[in-house]
Ligand binder design. Structure first.
Ligand SMILES: [Zn+2]
Length: 51
């Protein structure tokens, strides 16, 4: 489902933010690297496709 924007602080991850908790890419972010907000990144393509 749709959630507040979040992103990864891991520099090896793509510079995107997610806004679905079931995004396959967003789900790979470990809790320690997960932060709320967009960080001025563009939106993840998976999340775009989910609406
Ligand atoms: Zn995503």
């Amino acid at each position: 489902m749709k959630v507040a924007p979040y992103h990864s602080i891991d520099p090896t991850d793509p510079d995107v933010y997610h806004d679905h908790d079931n995004c396959p890419s967003g789900q790979q972010i470990p809790a320690r690297n997960k932060r709320s907000g967009t960080n001025d990144y563009r939106r993840c393509q998976h999340c775009v496709q989910m609406g």
